[in-house]
Every structure is written in structure tokens, then in C-alpha cells.
Design a protein around this ligand. Structure first.
Ligand code: HEM
Length: 519
């Protein structure tokens, strides 16, 4: 229905309590009743520059554009002869803000890596993330709780969790993203797109709650379980009917797998497991646990434990997640596990745990880099629209310097990441372990440090808003509060803490150092 068009003079008549209009970006809102409930108070709406006036400029200093969407029922008309000029991010679309998208998604640039099917895929994933998942993510990140089953059902229907686990036989016969790409086309760049697009949820804990446990808990099962167990768990977890998580870290052995104390005792009937695991992502909701244990002889083995008698999970409150990540302290008290649930008998347990490490770090670093870019976009927009002493923030050289530093950091990280991803596509597992463990470790160290710099700069640009969980700077607050998880996470805490990662890369380089090399 066409909206009524008002002259500016007509709007100006409605400028008192109980009869209060305001114009924002050519739209006229009747805030007579809403004014009493306005989170910013009644007085600001009665200000002579606001009541009955075009308050676009002031509004944009104080609200995100999405507020207007939420309150669109207040709109009663438009200003005659004017058209809307402003918009926030339009869900499902590419941003036109310079540097807000990687070059392959920016008009005028070329790419050696991405093909048309990657572009189709990216567009579909972005629509899905922003139009289907975002609302649930924001609600759960604030209020807590497991992601909704409707979201899990959609993830399963589109086979998103299956793709998140990576390429492999488990994808055979599946329709990917409503058939937008074929299984034959699917490669590690599609996975990279998935990792990068999901950060647009601005909900770090929720993101882990969706598939975090499966991405790290299922690969050891796929590679090392007996076929019957493997097929059952693939079916149940990739259909999102059940969840699995990886349970390695312990309170006293976060960094040192050899130091774990969870004990598996072999009996004629099966294994008996006793012990406790800490910081286990998704464990609150998980039906299965891929558990690193120590046998009585000290040997490390990996067992799939099903939730049941003797398994208890207690929530852990962390800075990086609301309860939607389902992070838990898990105790096993005389838990009976069938013999057949041992993974990779004959393979060293440590090898089973470490086999997926590079992939896992690459997943984390991909997301971290795209998150930096999204935070930069927030900062660039804010620096343009925020006025101080009548001038936009971006007119200050010091603010431009911070933006320049942010762009340099995430663009260099993205280029490095795409190079590594291309190598992953061409190398077999052995070559990957030999050549890429160091590269991925260095990139992770570099990117997580870069993101901390970006978080500090972003808070400086947003000021107090960057430390506030509502309003203009809420995504900055969330980034700043939660990003350190990327620096320490990846199953074995100190193995991936920044310095240790860098050290790992250098030690790997030392092994390849020609013995005769001299200055
Ligand atoms: C249709 C008109 C308006 C609606 C629906 C609206 C809605 C809101 C909402 C939902 C908030 C909470 C913060 C947030 O979610 O971003 C808020 C805060 C606020 N609003 Fe409005 N508002 C409107 C117009 C205005 C105007 C014209 C002004 C002009 C000064 C104003 C001043 C404020 C202030 C000062 C705050 C507090 C900001 C803060 O805590 O940083 N609002 N408004």
C-alpha cells in the first residue's frame, strides 16, 4: 500500500508529547506512544531539532539502521518529493564498502582460485547465514541455549555440516546447498567460504554451537572407526539428529596430551572409562564423545563414548560464549564402552588426535580473518557517520591510520590464507603435514595477533560504544570480548597458543634446513 506523503510543514505541526512525529531518511514516524518507551528517553525526542523535524543525522549517530526495520510499524508516511538515501547492510548481499569483501568478491579484481561455482556457492551461503540463521544466532547468543532445531534441520537439509567436515566419501550422494554445486565440484575453497561466511553471525559461541563439536569430533571417527560405527555416526551427526564432540583437554593437561589422566581399563566385556575433561565444546548437547584416554599401561587410545550411565556434563561459563556453545566439564564414572568403539586400533592414539590438527587450525584462522574484515567495515562506516565537533571521525589522520592498519592486516592474512588453501587442494595428506603444518601455524599466530590489534583499534574508534553490548558498537564489544578463543583453541591449548605455534613452525623449518647452509 502506498504511504501518504507529507510536507515538511505538516510534519512540523506534530512536535509535542502525545502528538509527536519525526522524519528519518525521508520516512515519517509517529512516535507519540513509542516516545514513553523509547530506550533513549522522551526528552531527546522532544528536542527542538528532533520533534517534528528531519532527525536523520542525529538518528544515525545513535542507532544502527536495523532499528528502523524493527520499528517499521511506526512509519505513517513519507516526506513529499524525497526518496530514502540510506541503508544498513542488506542481508544476503555483498557489501559495496571498499575492502569489506575479499578481492575475489570485489568488482574489478581477478582471481586465480575461485570459479563461477564458488561465486554461486558464496551467494547462497551468505543468504542462508544472514536470512535464515542470523536471528536465531543473535537471540541465543544473548539469551543462551542450544541453537534451534529448525536451524539444525536446515543445516542438515543443505548438507552444510557435512561440507564443514571437509571433502571425502561422506559427501557422496549428497545434494549440496540445494544442488547449487555438485559433489565433484566441492573443494577446499568451498569450505573456506563456509568458514568465512558464518562469521557474519556475530555470535562466536553460537557458531561453535552449530557444528563446532562435529567438525572436530567426527573426523577421527570417519578416518579410524570400524565401518559399522563410522556409518552410524556419520548418518546421525550429519543429519544433525545427534551431536558429537571431541573430549581431549583436561584441567591438568590442557596442553600436554601425554599428561591426561582419564583412564580406560580393558575388560572382557569392553572398556571401563573413568576421568574428567574440561573446556569441551558442545559437550552439553552432545550424544557422543570422541575421548582421549590412557590405558593402564600408559598407552593413549581414543574411544567413542555414548552419553549414558556415568556420563555427566556441567556447563562452563566462558568469556567467548553464551551457553549456546555448550562448553562443559565432562565426568566419566565407570562408563562402559564396547570394544568396537575404539578408534584405530594399531595406530598411536596421539596420531589419531593430531591427524586433524592442521585442518582444524585452518578452519579457525579462516574465520578469524574474515571476522577482522567485518569489524573493519563496522569501523569504516562508523568513522564516516560519526561526527565530532562537526566533522566526521575519519577526518582525523589518526583514525585513518588505524583503518589503514586494519586493512593491511586482514588483506595480507587473506592472501596468505588463499595461498595455503590452494596448496591444500593440490597436496596429499603426507605432503600437507610436511609442508603446511608450519605455514598454518605461522598464519594462525599472525592472524590472531592481528585480530587483537584490530580489536584494540576498533574500541578506540568506537569509544565506550565498543564496550557496550547493545547499540552502535555491539559487534565491536562482542569481537573484543570473544576473539581470544581463536588464539588458544584447537584441542590442545598450549600447542596452539600463539608463541608455541610460531615455535612449532620454526622447529619444522629447522628439520628441513640443509646441513651445509652457511652465510
Ligand atoms: C523512529 C524513531 C526512533 C526509534 C524507533 C528509536 C529506537 C531506539 C532504540 C531501539 C534504542 C536502543 C538502542 C539501540 O537498539 O540501538 C534507542 C536509543 C536511543 N535513541 Fe532512539 N529511536 C528513534 C529516534 C530517535 C531520535 C530521533 C533520537 C534523537 C536524539 C533518538 C535518541 C536516542 C538516544 C540518545 C538513545 C540512547 C543511545 C545510547 O544508549 O547510546 N532516538 N532508540
Amino acid at each position: 500500500m502506498a504511504m501518504k506523503a507529507f510536507s515538511k510543514d505538516a510534519v512540523a505541526q506534530h512536535n509535542k508529547p502525545g502528538d509527536l512525529w519525526v522524519a528519518i531518511d525521508s520516512k515519517v514516524y509517529d512516535v507519540s506512544k513509542f516516545a514513553q518507551m523509547h530506550p533513549g528517553g522522551l526528552a531527546v525526542l522532544l528536542d527542538e531539532e528532533v520533534a517534528g523535524q528531519d532527525a536523520t543525522e542525529l538518528f544515525c549517530q545513535l542507532h544502527r539502521m536495523e532499528v528502523l526495520d524493527r520499528y517499521k510499524h511506526l512509519q505513517i508516511g513519507t516526506i513529499a518529493g524525497e526518496e530514502p538515501q540510506l541503508h544498513g547492510h542488506i542481508p544476503g548481499t555483498l557489501s559495496l564498502v571498499p575492502y569489506a569483501e575479499p578481492t575475489w568478491l570485489t568488482r574489478g579484481y581477478h582471481t586465480p582460485y575461485y570459479k563461477d561455482h564458488h561465486r554461486r556457492f558464496q551467494a547462497a551461503v551468505r543468504r542462508f547465514v544472514e536470512q535464515v540463521v542470523y536471528k536465531d544466532a543473535q537471540a541465543k547468543e544473548r539469551g543462551g541455549g542450544k541453537p534451534s532445531q529448525e536451524v539444525f534441520d536446515e543445516l542438515a537439509r543443505l548438507n552444510i555440516v557435512a561440507m564443514h567436515v571437509g571433502a571425502g566419501k561422506h559427501l557422496e550422494g549428497r545434494q549440496l546447498m540445494d544442488g547449487i554445486i555438485s559433489v565433484e565440484e566441492f573443494d577446499v575453497f568451498h569450505e573456506l567460504i563456509l568458514n568465512q561466511e558464518f562469521t557474519r553471525l556475530h555470535a562466536r559461541g553460537y557458531e561453535d554451537g552449530l557444528a563446532g563439536g562435529t567438525i572436530i569430533g567426527l573426523p577421527p571417527v570417519i578416518r579410524f572407526a570400524e565401518p559399522a560405527l563410522r556409518d552410524k555416526l556419520i548418518e546421525e551427526t550429519l543429519s544433525c539428529k545427534k551431536l558429537i564432540c571431541l573430549a581431549v583437554t583436561e584441567a591438568w593437561a590442557g596442553s600436554d596430551v601425554q599428561g591426561i589422566k582419564t583412564r580406560a581399563t580393558r575388560t572382557p566385556e569392553g572398556w571401563i572409562v573413568n576421568g574428567a575433561k574440561k573446556w569441551i565444546t558442545n559437550a552439553m548437547f552432545a550424544h557422543y564423545f570422541t575421548v582421549a584416554c590412557k590405558q593402564d599401561n600408559g598407552e593413549i587410545i581414543v574411544l567413542v563414548v555414548e552419553r549414558g550411565e556415568g556420563v555427566e556434563t556441567r556447563p562452563i561459563q566462558t568469556a567467548y560464549s553464551s551457553s549456546s556453545a555448550g562448553t562443559a566439564y565432562v565426568t566419566f564414572d565407570n562408563v562402559k564402552v564396547p570394544h568396537g568403539n575404539r578408534l584405530g586400533a594399531g595406530h598411536p592414539g596421539l596420531h589419531i588426535i593430531l591427524a586433524n590438527f592442521n585442518h582444524e587450525r585452518w578452519v579457525l584462522v579462516s574465520a578469524n580473518i574474515s571476522w577482522q574484515r567485518i569489524i573493519y567495515e563496522e569501523c569504516f562506516k562508523w568513522a564516516n557517520q560519526r561526527k565530532i565537533f562537526g566533522k566526521p571521525l575519519v577526518s582525523q589522520a589518526v583514525v585513518r591510520q588505524k583503518l589503514a592498519a586494519m586493512i593491511s592486516r586482514f588483506e595480507s592474512c587473506q592472501s596468505w590464507l588463499e595461498n595455503i588453501t590452494f596448496q591444500m587442494m593440490r597436496m596429499n595428506a603426507k605432503e600437507e603435514a610436511q609442508h603446511l603444518a608450519g605455514q598454518i601455524a605461522f598464519l594462525k599466530m599472525h592472524a590472531t595477533r592481528a585480530s587483537q590489534e584490530t580489536a584494540k583499534d576498533a574500541v578506540q574508534i568506537f569509544g565506550g560504544r565498543g564496550l557496550t553490548q547493545t547499540g552502535m558498537g555491539r559487534f565491536i564489544e562482542h569481537f573484543h570480548r570473544t576473539l581470544l578463543i581463536d588464539a588458544v583453541i584447537s584441542v590442545l591449548t598450549a600447542f596452539t597458543a600463539e608463541d608455541v605455534l610460531g615455535d612449532l613452525g620454526v622447529r619444522q623449518a629447522l628439520r628441513s634446513m640443509p646441513a651445509r647452509a652457511r652465510l
